[in-house]
Design a binder for this molecule. Structure first.
Ligand code: IMP
Ligand code: ZN
Length: 346
């Protein structure tokens, strides 16, 4: 169900022979790091933007249309911080329960529907967003209603905390996640995401401890850029996260902590290449984790701007160098199994 893909993942996939593609398709795969508003299929988003322009009385709709055209034409980022400028246009068209429901349904279908679904299991993540038409609680419930249309073995929700949030708002998001989980709803974890330079992460300690007490898994975007200090990384690791997003720039102390705790690293190859936090595949930190037999999960991050797919990310593992990492089918199978083993839900 994934749309057309472009860039390194597409080139790697094109280089595979049909039996290798069939091998990837048949592998049970878990997508554990996908941001809802970063994963809306472009065709759906365009239709939503069109309808938004027809019906909106708020502000110039060309801001939205320009933003979406930019994404459609293929985003070129000078640095990771440019990435966050893409979201205001997307958020404008997913700002009420009906449009959020529609976007969520399309994202779930993209990953889970069809004869050859991208993955067997999806842990979708999203940041509760309050708008004029919905509260944060409405937001999470709306997304959950869609997630729960699939069986428990196929889909679950992670509630994201944005680094730009005040502690009060972050606390409120954890309370929403905990309450819904206690009511038997399918919230399985919390995440920390957003602009890697923003916020004071020492203030978030209580949020992750409360999430853990509520039985939620904790995953943190950590050391995503060179601007993330070693102190901040150690602080985030002290919250005992179950999984880590990216973990690109860890110093030796952080690496040994991560290996000791066996925290699964969510690896997003195309995302790191597009955001230029990794220059080329052969320098990617995935190699370090593979060499040390450390648990990883290969994921897409944001299929909308990066125009990738989970099958494409697996193609990057299997394709011969320099298009891919040149791993064997046995090694790729083992990576898929590690992803399945790191699920918060099920
Ligand atoms: P949402 O949480 O469903 O609204 O998905 C989009 C949001 O995810 C963005 O506004 C960012 O805060 C966050 N996000 C997406 N990709 C990344 C990433 O690679 N690093 C940090 N945050 C990210
Ligand atoms: Zn991410």
């Amino acid at each position: 169900m994934a749309g057309q893909i472009f860039g390194p993942a597409a080139m790697a996939l094109e280089s595979l022979d049909p039996s290798q593609v069939a091998f990837i398709n048949a592998l049970p795969k878990a997508e554990l790091h996908a941001h809802l508003n970063g994963s809306i299929p472009i065709s759906e988003l365009q239709q939503m933007a069109h309808e938004y322009s027809r019906t909106s009385d708020k502000g110039p709709s060309d801001v939205v249309q320009n933003g979406i055209t930019k994404i459609q034409n293929g985003v070129v980022l000078d640095e990771i911080y440019d990435f966050f400028d893409l979201f205001p246009a997307i958020y404008a068209v997913t700002s009420n329960p009906a449009s959020l429901r529609r976007a969520t349904r399309a994202v779930l279908a993209q990953f889970l529907d069809g004869d050859n679904p991208q993955c067997s299991y999806l842990e979708l993540r999203s940041t509760p967003r309050e708008t004029v038409q919905m509260s944060k609680f409405d937001y999470v419930q709306t997304v959950l209603d869609e997630v729960e249309r699939y069986p428990k073995s196929r889909a679950a929700l992670i509630v994201s905390l944005d680094r730009r949030m005040s502690v009060d708002v972050a606390r409120e998001c954890v309370q929403i996640a905990s309450r819904l989980k206690a009511e038997g709803r399918r919230v399985v974890g919390v995440d920390l995401c957003g602009d890697p330079k923003a916020g004071d992460m020492s203030l978030f300690a209580e949020c992750f401890s409360q999430a853990k007490q509520a039985g939620l898994g904790v995953t943190l975007h950590v050391a995503e850029t060179l601007d993330n200090s070693a102190e901040e990384t150690l602080q985030l690791l002290s919250y005992s996260p179950d999984r880590l997003g990216h973990a690109t720039f860890l110093n030796d102390e952080a690496k040994s902590l991560v290996r000791e705790n066996k925290s699964c690293i969510e690896i997003c190859l195309s995302s790191n290449l597009f955001c230029k936090t990794v220059t080329k595949l052969e320098d990617h930190h995935i190699r370090y984790y593979l060499q040390h037999d450390h648990p990883i999960a290969v994921c897409t991050d944001d299929t909308l701007p990066f125009r990738n797919s989970l099958v494409g990310e697996y193609a990057l593992l299997l394709a011969s160098q320099p298009l891919g990492l040149g791993l064997s089918e046995a090694e790729v199978r083992c990576i898929a199994e590690m992803g399945m083993a790191a699920r918060f839900g099920v």
